[in-house]
Ligand binder design. Sequence first.
Ligand code: ADP
Ligand code: MG
Length: 250
Amino acid sequence: MIAPVLELRDIRKSYGASKALSGISLTMHEGEFVGLLGPNGAGKSTLFQVVAGLFAPDGGEVRLFGLDHAKDGPRILARLGVVFQARSVDLDISVHANLRFHGRLFGLSGRELACRIDALCEQFNLVELMNRPVRTLSGGQQRRVEIARALINQPDLLIMDEPTAGLDASSRRDLVAHVRALARTEGVAVLWATHLVDEVGDADRIVILDRGQILADDTPSELLRTTGGEDLTDVYEAILSRRASEGDSL
Ligand code: ADP
Ligand code: MG
């Protein structure tokens, strides 16, 4: 049996006395696009850092492709693409140089690397911009460079933390549609974190995270059906406010 691309079991993480993650369990399979939706401070970035292997959680189990970061870190990173919340592309060098450098980190070279860079630039509409320093690109274009870069190793799982932060509405829509299509056509599993409901309407599953806990994990249509909401914004607000009133009564 093929292991899930991601399996989290009862993940816990505190910063001092403050609990950021209180028992997160989540499974993702090949080619699934999962929207991780939650307000600021919900724990999305902390969860990302755990999945990326930046630190071990205080408790619980993390498996990517059936592997453990502590034992198999390099094998996991070879199959993972990461786009962090803060931009992390080198602004002073060209789009091409950014992609080339990152490809080399994965041991790619020669024709193979050149072909992969060309294909990604085509796919992300970066061909015309390839030789420009990243600094001279718009926010949306820079984000496309980062995503292209995260795909240079042809990952099986792409994790993206608020990838549309700072983009205007139309670049936002384009980016969501683009990555959504990528999951469908290439079978890449995508974990997309956001606080914006309209970005996850087309997801295979929506996981709602608030104050370190998962409040819902279901398809958009099931969430609509079970909460009786008109649209996903209704659903999201109903789920968050139910949680808030339960919290008040504790
Ligand atoms: P999100 O990405 O959903 O906004 P975060 O994971 O960044 O949520 O934060 C979850 C909680 O953990 C918040 O209360 C935040 O203040 C706290 N937190 C995050 N990072 C740190 C840190 N390095 N030190 C202390 N507290 C932190
Ligand atoms: Mg965050």
